[in-house]
Design a protein around this ligand. Sequence first.
Ligand SMILES: *Cc1c(COP(=O)(O)O)cnc(C)c1O
Length: 378
Amino acid sequence: MLNPKPILECVAPSKIHYSKPSITDLEVRYVTDAAATGWAEHCYDYVERVEKEFAEWLGVKHAVATSSGTGALHLGLVALGIGPGDEVILGDINWIAPAAPVVYLGGKPVFVDVLEDTWCLDPEKVEAAITPKTKAIIAVHLYGSVADMDAILDIGRRHGVPVIEDAAEALGSRWKNGKRTGTMGVYSAFSFHGSKTMTTGEGGMFATDDAQLARSVTALNALGRAPDQSKQFWPDMIGYKYKMSNIQAALGCAQLSRVEELVARRREIMLAYKDRLADLPLALNVEPKGTANGYWMPTIVANRDVSFDRESLLNDMRAHNIDARVFFWPLSMLPMFEDKPENEVSYSLYKRAINLPSYHDIREDEIDRVCEVLRRHI
Ligand SMILES: *Cc1c(COP(=O)(O)O)cnc(C)c1O
């Protein structure tokens, strides 16, 4: 796996990217084939194949390919009947993708605090936030960490509230029962954005064991045309159009055939960082006993008691041609939402954390360079 350092680099340090996909001849062959042959009666061949193979790999009965993870989340919320005034609980530290579709539907995202170590939903805070208006809980598996599914599913069951999994960042993660993230909720969404572990450029997947839900989402994603509607151009309802193209799906099939390799490499990169940073007063992505972390994105969080200036670290990284990024902000800080400083963990975490560069082809000496710069700031 270790690539030798190119000679040219002894002159000027190469740019270390934050993330980029691993595209081999295999991907190029698949996409070329789709572009050359995937038309007329073959125009959905790769789409059907990626849905079938993804469902098999994940261990669910149904998968529907979409143009984005956000689209998959949105379609599922529509199928569950989320509408005006409904409350949907999710973690405050988060990407906005799971919150935006709640707002599209006139619902209200209710941001609760997260746990200090996994950065995922704090089950006690979820329980406290349940009201008669709560219509769903979205468990986001942040940066590959697995949310406490036993506790969250139990809360959902006791209150009659469906639990949705946003597994966009957790391809390859597993919960304590060995189940993959994305197989435990009423439905789950994955993202194949270019920064994610597996990519189709842009793209996503809706996954569920519930045949009725899968059928609704398939119809909703075809502008309201039911799969078994025999009348042509006859939608039975107002739907959406979040389809994945056949060309993207071809890329997805190639990536899926390499999925174990892609996830294994994420693990290697994470362990390389953990190894080098073990002596510093900081935390990295955790992997609680019995779980597996897909380690989508290596992230450091400085301990609360050390002085740490996120901006000066990021500036220094930039000066060394390294692209690192800020941790997600608490969504409640954004101008569209109401502040919730009582989410103490979320409001403390983001200032103390950054994401480190990680991509399939990153080299050991590049990881060394990142760690050298980081060391000067903590
Ligand atoms: C990437 C991501 C999504 C979906 O993103 P798309 O860009 O719409 O594919 C959803 N949730 C989280 C947490 C994500 O990181």
